[in-house]
Design a protein around this ligand. Structure first.
Ligand SMILES: Cc1ncc(COP(=O)(O)O)c(C=O)c1O
Length: 381
């Protein structure tokens, strides 16, 4: 089989070999349950979790007791938003039109429970205006949830500025930072957020593990748990901890931070090369999301007049996404692209290319060549 070129790193990433090596002892040798407090197997597993928690906290600018391990960002987002809403203080939530479904659908479910939700629009740039968020706040606003990096178009949101404006009004801020590690610095204190979600498989860690940062200082933030049981994670997330996953996530974040600046420059240059080649092949290309406010690995472009479903069908040796991977089960135009003001036809002609640490210049050249050939075939039809 000819090799398939993978340019869908925003959907998921392979586990880094160093991450896998770090995880292996936690599967077999140190297989104990960290909640087993009465024997050496439990202590060894608890020690691995403590070490990973300390590493992750230091890398994120948090304290170890501020991290709650979850099954991924979907659960972390649900815990942040529903967990805060269910504390029952206020009834209004503000989010943005371009969030991931793990935030938007969670807000929708609270709306069905009687909460009010405002979805702040974004302009053509795909960047939320902090003043528009501030204007949406009312005396009843409990929470603002805004992502750091958009998964479909890669735009970076002004989270620190939004957090500053919200805190002036006593509003809690949650940030879905799932797409940020390895692309941007993620530091909860610098961002000034109260809650922050991550998922390890987006940064060369394993699937099925993530975390929620919950501010425990000045004053501690209280959440209602979604899951009840053994009371792990200070009662916020019951369930036996995924020790190999947590160990892997810590190693993966360490590598993401270590490689950040080198990879930003390298992937940015490759992405720009891809962009150049695609524009040369198809001058009617529309670029989605402001290039000046975008992470270096992502390129989302509409091949106006070409259906993206037909285009990917003509690209069996290229793994790219016609919309966001999480949304492709629903054959609707991307809500993110519609929010930018794209027509449904333009949205349905979009492909997302997302590069990663393993991406080579040869892969980018070959991908651009394959896309150019497929597009010209479809346009001639
Ligand atoms: C921005 C964002 N938030 C949340 C998620 C959900 O992450 P997971 O599927 O790991 O729970 C994703 C996954 O695509 C994402 O890109």
């Amino acid at each position: 089989m000819n090799k398939v070129i993978y340019l869908d790193y925003n959907a998921t990433t392979p586990v880094d070999s160093q991450v896998l090596q770090a995880m292996l002892p936690a599967f077999s040798q140190h297989f104990g349950n960290p909640s087993s407090r009465t024997h050496a197997y439990g202590w060894a597993a608890a020690q691995l979790v403590d070490q990973a928690r300390t590493t992750l906290a230091a890398l994120l600018g948090a304290s170890p007791e501020e991290l709650v391990f979850t099954s991924g960002a979907t659960e972390a987002n649900n815990l942040a938003i529903k967990g805060l809403a269910w504390t029952g203080r206020k009834r209004h939530i503000v989010t943005t039109a371009i969030e991931h479904p793990a935030v938007l659908e969670t807000c929708d479910s609270l709306q069905r429970e009687g909460f009010t939700v405002t979805r702040v629009p974004v302009g053509k740039s795909g960047v939320v205006d902090p003043q528009e968020v501030a204007q949406a706040l009312t005396d009843d606003t409990l929470l603002v949830s805004v992502m750091l990096v958009n998964n479909e178009i890669g735009t970076v949101q002004p989270v620190a500025e939004i957090a500053r404006l919200c805190h002036e009004r006593g509003v809690v801020v949650h940030c879905d930072a799932t797409q940020a590690p390895g692309k941007l610095e993620v530091d909860v204190r610098k961002l000034g957020v109260d809650l922050l979600s991550l998922s390890a498989h987006k940064f060369y860690g394993p699937k099925g593990v993530g975390l929620l940062y919950v501010r425990r200082q000045k004053p501690p933030l209280r959440l209602e748990p979604l899951l009840h049981g053994g009371g792990q994670e200070a009662g916020l997330r019951s369930g036996t901890l995924n020790v190999p996953g947590i160990v892997g996530m810590a190693k993966a974040l360490e590598l993401a931070v270590h490689n950040l600046y080198g990879e930003r420059a390298r992937q940015g240059a490759l992405r720009d090369r891809l962009r150049e080649q695609l524009f040369a092949a198809y001058p009617r290309l529309l670029e989605n999301g402001d290039p000046a406010h975008r992470v270096p690995n992502t390129l989302n472009v509409s091949f106006v007049g070409v259906d993206s479903g037909s285009l990917v069908a003509c690209l069996p040796r290229l793994a790219v996404s016609p919309a966001s991977a999480c949304a492709t089960a629903k054959p609707k135009p991307s809500h993110v692209l519609l929010a930018l003001g794209r027509t449904p036809e333009e949205a349905n002609s979009a492909l997302r290319f997302s590069l990663g640490r393993p991406t080579t210049p040869e892969e980018v050249e070959e991908a651009a060549r394959m896309v150019a050939e497929a597009v010209s075939k479809l346009v001639r039809k």
